[in-house]
Design a protein around this ligand. Structure first.
Ligand SMILES: Cc1cc2nc3c(=O)[nH]c(=O)nc-3n(C[C@H](O)[C@H](O)[C@H](O)COP(=O)(O)OP(=O)(O)OC[C@H]3O[C@@H](n4cnc5c(N)ncnc54)[C@H](O)[C@@H]3O)c2cc1C
Length: 558
């Protein structure tokens, strides 16, 4: 079928929901299209909280500077100023919508410490902040009666005269291909964690939107900046929130030492994530770990704090490591968590492809530069989701629908049919994804070298070659997860190539990118963003200056 809307939002995480609400308020006929039911989006997994300079003695300037420093001076300061200035009113709006933030003894919004922040400015709902936000966001979608194409998988963008005009998508319940035309499209498809193995991300975080935009000609920015979170479980990569360290938990090595005293004497466990992850990895590499891990010790926080403020991670540690956080420290290690890079946008979500906007983890504005501070991502979703929604509605008001019709729809349909029609003799997506994930983790993880990156580029190219001959075992039409896994793998391969190329190109160490062969930050040559363009079967790299408004780069210590 062919559907038409003014604005189409692809993705129903909090970035998508907030964009749609704003486009609706601006008078646009907006619809959301999502491959999973909205409240199953990865935003649901966010634990620790959301930042804003709301408390006494705090200021937006302090929040902005912490973010700039956290980014290792790669974040664009005009965007960071907007983030910090607009945060307080967006948090209060969330509260008014119904997000029941924790309160202190006096009944005021209660905050907790988070990494890289000089004030306790992280607002939270126990350790289920993302779930609380996402459910309230979805209530608003129901209130505004915004239509949702639930369980529709976007396969490509419709382009006309160099403009984005909607997308094609498979309805997962029926296998039918549809076209959704729109005068503006907002990509809110989240991160690409599953290109790494293990990862804290849900299985659905496969970089689809980044790949679709990239394939349509929009550049990806700073893709080498991949965040490893310091506290993930070794068994399955599950995250134990930074909120634990925010509440006062320690990190210790096999000798029982609080090793962060060596690496970040002032902020200790609450230094930036890149710094803590590297410190842990150094301890492990130098023989002071325990089976490839160090320990997170929460015991001194007491049962009351653990059971009320950290209840989810209490359960995670118990279920997946068999450890009672009240009684024992839990083994943890750095694990892939977030991508700072993404589809390059301006501060209103405009990408470099007219008609295409992006918000949330899939976008790179760039707020987080080389390293995102914890609790700044949920904030990005509401501040920049709102801004992208308004800008897309404005764009749609002066744009026309595409003339594309059944012929275009059939092209994509034929591609899917060809894939499904192949005899089941080729390789399957699952094992190929595991190979991709291990390759990325081993060579594009906490520590990198030119040798490892070149190896990864070669392996990704080989996987792309093998991917051409992939087959799909399930030939059915209804919820064919074999088929979607194959499509997702194609997307992850494209995005991974851009990650590796960006990392090889950036011959310095900054934020999450640590090059053993270039161990220092090099502001003279590398105070700039990397851009990756898809150029036929290869990648064309470019650079862009960093926007500095008031904070010149200085040495970064914690
Ligand atoms: C375990 C965990 C804990 C976290 N904790 C915090 C925290 O405490 N604070 C913080 O600030 N950040 C946290 N983060 C990061 C933050 O949660 C994410 O960056 C953010 O939620 C991403 O939101 P999003 O709206 O961009 O995308 P998501 O919530 O990931 O949603 C993506 C949407 O895109 C849709 N989609 C994707 N591909 C397609 C396709 N092909 N077709 C149709 N639809 C598609 C999906 O269905 C989904 O609705 C955490 C992340 C993880 C993984």
């Amino acid at each position: 079928m062919i559907f038409e809307h003014d604005v189409l939002v692809i993705g129903a995480g909090m970035a998508g929901l907030r964009s749609a609400i704003e486009a609706n308020r601006a008078g646009a006929d907006v619809a959301i299209l999502t491959k999973v039911y909205p409240v199953r989006s990865h935003t649901n997994a966010a634990q620790g909280g959301i930042n804003a300079a709301l408390g006494e003695g705090d200021s937006w300037e302090s929040h902005a500077y912490d973010t700039v420093k956290g980014s290792d001076f790669l974040g664009d300061q005009d965007a960071i100023e907007i983030l910090a200035q607009e945060a307080p009113s967006d948090i209060i709006e969330l509260e008014h919508m119904g997000v029941i933030f924790n309160r202190d003894e006096e009944g005021r919004l209660g905050s907790r410490n988070f990494g890289g922040a000089t004030h306790a400015r992280t607002y939270f709902v126990a350790d289920i902040t993302g779930q609380a936000m996402l459910h309230v966001g979805y209530e608003q979608i129901l209130k505004y009666k915004i239509p949702c194409y639930n369980e529709f998988f976007a396969t490509s963008l419709i382009l006309e005269g160099g403009e984005a005009k909607g997308c094609l998508a498979i309805e997962l319940r029926t296998g039918e291909m549809h076209m959704v035309k729109a005068k503006a499209v907002i990509m809110c498809t989240g991160g690409v964690g599953r290109a790494f193995e293990p990862s804290t991300n849900a299985l659905i975080c496969t970089g689809d939107g980044m790949a679709l935009a990239y394939q349509a000609g929009a550049p990806l920015m700073d893709m080498e900046m991949v965040q490893y979170h310091p506290t993930t479980l070794p068994s399955n990569g599950a995250l134990l929130t930074e909120g634990a360290r925010g509440e006062g938990a320690y990190l210790i090595n096999s000798l029982g030492e609080r090793f962060m005293q060596k690496y970040a004497p002032n902020m200790l466990e609450l230094a930036s994530r890149d710094v803590v992850s590297r410190s842990e990895q150094t301890e492990i590499n130098e023989g002071r770990g325990i089976n490839g891990c160090v320990l997170l010790d929460c015991r001194h926080l007491g049962e009351q704090v653990i059971r009320t403020k950290l209840s989810q991670i209490y359960d995670l540690a118990k279920d997946f490591s068999g450890i009672d956080l009240v009684k024992e420290p839990v083994p943890i290690r750095p694990g892939m968590h977030y991508i700072m890079g993404g589809i390059k946008t301006d501060v209103n979500g405009r990408t470099m492809l007219p008609g295409l906007f992006a918000a949330g983890e899939t976008a790179c504005i760039s707020l987080h530069g080389g390293n995102r501070l914890g609790a700044n991502s949920l904030l990005e979703l509401v501040v920049f989701g709102r801004r992208a929604g308004a800008a897309a509605a404005e764009h749609a008001a002066r744009s026309q629908h595409s003339g594309a019709g059944e012929k275009r729809l059939k092209q994509d349909d034929d591609t899917i049919r060809e894939l499904l029609g192949r005899e089941d003799k080729g390789e399957h997506a699952g094992p190929l994804r595991m190979e991709l994930g291990r390759t990325m983790h081993e060579n594009v993880g906490v520590y990198r070298t030119a040798e490892g990156l070149t190896k990864a580029i070669g392996l990704v190219a080989q996987l792309k070659e093998r991917y051409r001959r992939i087959s799909v075992g399930d030939k059915g039409q209804v919820f064919n997860t074999n088929l979607t896994a194959a499509l997702e793998l194609g997307n992850m391969l494209d995005v991974s190539e851009a990650i590796c190329r960006g990392s090889l190109m950036r011959e310095e160490s900054r934020g999450a990118q640590f090059r053993l062969d270039f161990p220092d930050r090099n502001d003279e040559q590398w105070l700039k963003h990397t851009l990756a363009y898809k150029d036929g079967d290869s990648v064309r790299m470019d650079t862009l200056p960093v926007k500095i408004t008031r904070w010149e780069p200085v040495k970064r210590t914690y």
